[in-house]
Write a new protein. Structure first.
Length: 322
């Protein structure tokens, strides 16, 4: 027994010395690695791919012990893999998001359209708790939209997020100043009041993004006239039933209804429902991980809100943020 303890002690000493000298590298937590396919249900040769888009839409990654790739990069990786799999005959995009930044929302929309053009397979949107603003924008790239009876959608429009910290700075006795090359270089600064002219400049930018949103909706909902869309797109939200009555979505149904609709459009009587995930994730049915990321205000934690005040840069958003 003494020899056993002695050998163990020597082993510990050698290991400690090796670690101190840098000879051995120990990774206690492995990085996520590439995505892998997981089967959720069904049988057959053909596949229906279930993709998730949950949380605030942003191109910012998630910091932590193990940094996570951002939503845009993940969505692109998933679509790239799906485009190379000929057994994928249909796609269901499960949307649970209040929207996000203008550019990130538009990139997701663009990537999904590019995938459709390349693969020529039906793509169905299934809206969950919330699929508003940028979440609705993304759905315009799909062939058909199903909403749950309790879904909140709509909020078609643009909002600019900025802050005014001038009062706070005055209270603590701090004064901020900027030396600029022109009178509008620091417009939107959180350290001073916005002028009427500057507000007008921002409004013109917002109007431009809004027109882009209307054009996307017009292409995605050809059943609606431009006048009807403009009337519906005043920023208000709709329940699933209200959105169906207004022509903003196609059907009211559950996630399994969306999967059945995808199979029907693909001409499949049976199919395997698959999804993508990273190492260590466990998904055993179509609702796995559905509510992991909050689609509401708490979901704003996915974004670095301090970026709004760094350098005085406002954020233009396709976002429902009551």
């Amino acid at each position: 027994m003494y020899r056993v303890y002695r050998m163990f002690g020597l082993l510990c000493v050698v290991l400690a010395a090796s670690l101190q000298s840098g000879c051995i590298t120990v990774n206690l937590i492995e990085p996520p690695g590439p995505i892998k396919e997981m089967q959720l249900s069904g049988t057959g040769d053909g596949k229906v791919l279930l993709l998730d888009l949950s949380g605030v839409i942003s191109s910012q990654g998630k910091d932590g012990i193990v940094p996570q790739p951002n939503m845009v990069a993940t969505f692109k990786e998933e679509l790239t893999r799906a485009s190379k799999d000929d057994k994928i005959k249909a796609v269901v995009v499960r949307i649970n998001s209040p929207g996000g930044t203008v550019t990130a929302s538009d990139i997701l929309y663009h990537e999904l359209r590019e995938f459709k053009m390349k693969r020529k397979v039906p793509v169905i949107a299934s809206m969950m708790d919330v699929a508003a603003s940028g979440g609705y924008y993304l759905a315009m790239a799909t062939d058909s939209i199903l909403v749950h009876p309790s879904t909140v959608t709509g909020s078609i429009g643009v909002i600019m997020l900025t802050v005014n910290a001038r009062g706070l700075l005055e209270k603590v006795g701090v004064e901020a100043s900027a030396i600029t090359s022109g009178p509008r270089k620091d417009m939107g600064s959180p350290f001073r009041v916005m002028t009427a002219e500057e507000r007008g400049i921002f409004q013109n930018v917002i109007d431009s993004f809004y027109q882009r949103f209307l054009a996307v909706v017009q292409e995605g909902r050809p059943n609606l006239s431009p006048e009807q869309i403009k009337k519906l797109a005043d920023g208000r939200i709709y329940s699933g039933e209200q959105a169906k009555a207004a022509g903003l979505v196609d059907e009211v149904g559950y996630l399994d209804d969306a999967i059945e609709a995808a199979k029907k459009k693909a001409g499949l009587t049976e199919a395997r429902v698959v999804t993508y995930g990273h190492r260590g994730e466990y998904k055993n049915n179509i609702y796995s991980r559905l509510f992991e990321a909050s689609p509401g205000i708490a979901g704003l934690a996915n974004m670095d809100l301090l970026s709004m005040v760094r350098g005085g840069t406002p954020q233009f958003m396709y976002l429902w943020m009551p």
